[in-house]
Design a protein around this ligand. Structure first.
Ligand code: 5GP
Length: 121
């Protein structure tokens, strides 16, 4: 899938729409999810134009991958959920119901977050 520069996270990165920022560095931005699914629900995104994890793994620089990996645990520390535990999820494509076509990690915690996935029928 080609990257759509008009997706909502691209607009957040350009400052065209606001976000509740948690953390930022040269390669990443982290902000609160607008519809939280847990007491703490943060989205960590790369600043580069990557559709999803597969695109990022194939095309991002080592520096971008390093920064992204570090940002995920850093926001957990900043949010106070490191000790109690949290879940990191990335949806990729149709079967996962990825809504926003810009790579993002969901960082969820602050309370037990339930089973990993819907069980198969
Ligand atoms: P996905 O289904 O693509 O993995 O998750 C997209 C996430 O982005 C959803 O959890 C949704 O609540 C969040 N989201 C969608 N639009 C906005 C927005 O404008 N601002 C913020 N902060 N989060 C958003």
């Amino acid at each position: 899938m080609a990257y759509d520069p008009n997706n909502i996270f691209a607009k957040i990165l350009r400052g065209e729409i606001p976000c509740q920022k948690i953390d930022e560095d040269d390669h990443t931005l982290s902000f609160a999810d607008i519809h939280p699914q847990a007491p703490v629900h943060i989205l960590v995104i790369p600043k580069g134009a990557y559709v999803d994890w597969a695109d990022f793994a194939a095309n991002a620089s080592a520096e971008e991958i390093h920064a992204f990996t570090k940002a995920i645990s850093r926001v957990a520390e900043l949010s106070g959920i490191s000790e109690t535990g949290y879940r990191v999820i990335s949806n990729i494509g149709a079967n996962s119901h990825q809504e926003v076509p810009h790579l993002h990690m969901h960082v969820l915690g602050g309370a037990p977050v339930g089973p990993l996935v819907m069980t198969m029928a």
